[in-house]
Design a protein around this ligand. Structure first.
Ligand SMILES: CC(C)(COP(=O)(O)OP(=O)(O)OC[C@H]1O[C@@H](n2cnc3c(N)ncnc32)[C@H](O)[C@@H]1OP(=O)(O)O)[C@@H](O)C(=O)NCCC(=O)NCCS
Length: 106
């Protein structure tokens, strides 16, 4: 599933997510968030994330990100997501992957 932020009919950013398992499990993975380079740091990522949180019902929403993606981590922490786990050397030797999550009662 996907939400797109358009400016002048052009894609300025998007966010994607997928449901894992049955709807009653309420488990969602946020799979991608991206804002086009010239539109970054103008709150579009924040707005997309907030729209997604409003739109979907979930009990747990999680995502993974590279440890050194500090800007993305700022965004996730601003959205109240908590660092849940560190996956050492996950994709590459010497590069850790982080799992962030947020829980909600629905
Ligand atoms: C991560 C990304 C989606 C953020 O989108 P954005 O629209 O630029 O983010 P926002 O303007 O909403 O900013 C959100 C927070 O990130 C931080 N931030 C954003 N740009 C920043 C910068 N250049 N320097 C430092 N912090 C920054 C700030 O904490 C900001 O919150 P604040 O404005 O309240 O201080 C965007 O940088 C991007 O597309 N990155 C490349 C793709 C990527 O790495 N995606 C995540 C992994 S899938």
């Amino acid at each position: 599933m996907k939400l797109i932020h358009k400016i002048n009919n052009q894609v300025a950013g998007f966010i994607t997510w997928q449901r894992i398992g049955k709807p009653k499990h309420g488990l969602i993975e946020m799979t991608r968030v991206e804002v086009m380079r010239n539109w970054r740091n103008k709150d579009i990522g924040t707005e997309l994330f907030q729209r997604m949180l409003k739109k979907i019902k979930f009990r747990k929403l999680f995502l993974t990100t590279h440890e050194d993606n500090f800007i993305a981590r700022e965004l996730y922490e601003k959205m109240n997501m908590k660092l849940e786990a560190v996956l050492p050397n996950h994709y590459y030797e010497g590069k850790n992957e982080l799992v962030y999550s947020i829980y909600r009662n629905t």
